[in-house]
Ligand binder design. Structure first.
Ligand SMILES: Cc1ncc(COP(=O)(O)O)c(C=O)c1O
Length: 389
């Protein structure tokens, strides 16, 4: 038996490795606290569950779904997009359902890259961007993000020859892991850059609804004139409605781009379970959605503020998260690497956080804390972090 280079050359998925370490420590009888994974601790809201109770019983929802997404799902997305981002989309051609954002992120590069091509990826970044480019046989060109630029890439620093050669560029604002947000000026610059270098922008907006202040409300790249012709934006219901296990998201973009992705995806899978699509479609326009969003924002803002207070008392260096679920924190100078810091923290205090290097070499001096654990676990986690110091 032999395995493909694709498998041999790809390290196990970051969170799978972290989970293994957590289980090992638990097997030794340690009460492990994990502030590593961005999976909301609260259940899917009741109004969504009630919608599912109706949809699951409808036999019309039990057959193969359409590859592109059901017309009512695409229509609901287009309506939400107009209301939320002020962008008009044609539901027939410019919206497509996906099995979560990860499905889109991991398969989109196959629509644009041939073996030997390259793709630009912000570093640090969600690890699937690099893995997916690697699976196509493509090369990853990392674009470093730095604290002093608010973790936005300096497009003028990218080697023009590398940009000309690249075919896609992944960006992700609100950003995992740094929690940075991007404004309209950045997206304008990005669209001009993509036009100049003939790139397709793959803009991952999975955290568009997880923000803390009105002035930081994330926008869509599709707001920029001409963006539809050269960008695909990726969305998710996972973070918006605590639906990580349901596996539903969508992509939007111009017809040509969506058609290319559809050619590919219709050969990979058979779409999203129709009952889930219908629930998601109805959830977007549901009267309880706004209330749920407000409550979720209040919960995470309170957690953010208490973690910020605790980290400041411990003299950790970080920027206050403006969106997403994460704190991106400098490791103390006494540690050589983020892996050493995280391994030591797990061994001595039974606390799991994510080593920054897992998101790329620019993350080496950082670790990531996720706010998606119950409050008492977060409090205990901060206590242990303090004792560790
Ligand atoms: C930046 C980013 N994109 C995409 C995803 C995947 O989201 P989904 O659950 O919709 O597949 C995640 C999940 O954590 C993420 O952090």
């Amino acid at each position: 038996m032999s395995f493909s280079r694709r498998v041999i050359d790809t390290p196990p998925y970051l969170f799978h490795r972290i989970d293994e370490k957590r289980k090992e420590a638990q097997a030794k009888g340690i009460d492990v606290i994990s502030l590593a994974i961005g999976d909301p601790d609260r259940p899917t809201p009741d109004f969504v569950l009630k919608l599912m109770e109706e949809e699951i019983r409808d036999p019309r929802n039990h057959v193969y779904p359409s590859y592109k997404g059901e017309p009512d799902f695409c229509e609901a997305v287009a309506n939400w997009f107009k209301h939320r981002f002020g962008v008009e989309l044609n539901p027939n051609h410019e919206v497509m359902a996906t099995i979560g954002a990860k499905d889109a992120v991991s398969h989109l590069p196959f629509a644009f890259l041939d073996p030997g091509d390259s793709g630009l990826v912000t570093d640090p970044g969600y690890p699937v961007y690099e893995a997916a480019i690697g699976f196509t046989g493509g090369h990853v060109v990392r674009v470093p993000l730095s604290e002093k630029r608010g973790f936005l890439p300096d497009l003028s620093e990218i080697d023009p020859a590398a940009a000309d050669k690249a075919k896609i560029m992944f960006v992700n604002y609100p950003n995992n892991p740094t929690s940075a947000v991007a404004d309209e000026g950045f997206f304008e610059e990005l669209v001009a850059f993509a036009r100049k270098h003939d790139l397709v922008i793959l803009s991952d907006n999975a955290y568009s609804e997880v923000y803390f202040e009105e002035e930081d409300r994330p926008i869509s790249v599709m707001k920029i004139p001409g963006a539809k012709d050269l960008a695909i934006e990726i969305h998710s219901f996972s973070k918006t409605f605590n639906m990580t296990g349901w596996r539903i998201g969508f992509v939007v973009g111009g017809k040509q781009l969506i058609d290319a992705f559809l050619t590919l995806k219709s050969n990979f899978d058979s779409g999203v379970f129709m009952a889930i699509q219908r629930v998601a479609a109805r959830a977007l326009g549901h009267p309880d959605a706004a209330r749920f969003n407000r409550e979720r924002t209040a919960l995470f803002k309170a957690r953010r503020d208490k973690i910020a207070t605790a980290l400041t008392e411990m003299s950790y260096r970080f920027q206050l998260p403006r969106a997403s679920y994460y704190f991106w924190v400098r490791i103390p100078d006494s540690f050589k690497s983020s892996v050493e810091f995280c391994a030591d923290l797990l061994e001595k205090q039974g606390l799991v956080v994510t080593p920054g290097v897992g998101y790329g070499p620019s993350g080496e001096k950082y670790f990531r804390i996720s706010m998606t654990s119950p409050d008492e676990r977060i409090d205990e986690g901060m206590k242990r972090l303090k004792e560790f110091l």
